[in-house]
Design a protein. Sequence first.
Length: 117
Amino acid sequence: QVQLVESGGGLVQAGGSLRLSCAASARTFSRYNMGWYRQAPGKERGFVARISTSGGSTYYADSVKGRFTISGDNAKNTVYLQMNSLKPEDTAIYSCTAETSYGVDYWGKGTLVTVSS
């Protein structure tokens, strides 16, 4: 069983930055790709970013390219999402995932990010 615990959410003004963290169970990174998804109020959950097990490949939603960066620290079993130039439309609950090529196997409970205008 994989456990994922997110942290780092909060309230920030537009144009500001936040870094989200996702602490994973030991050895998760060696078995799963890690991702971030978000769900805004009244909207469906959507993909934000993904990093491969090797850390060599990253993927981003078009809406966050150039502003968000996903990275991982294997020694700490932690994946990060650095979010810069935040916009009010980035307001959402951000959830960490452990996934394979077949889809998401595990979800974290999420952390709330609120961007004020």
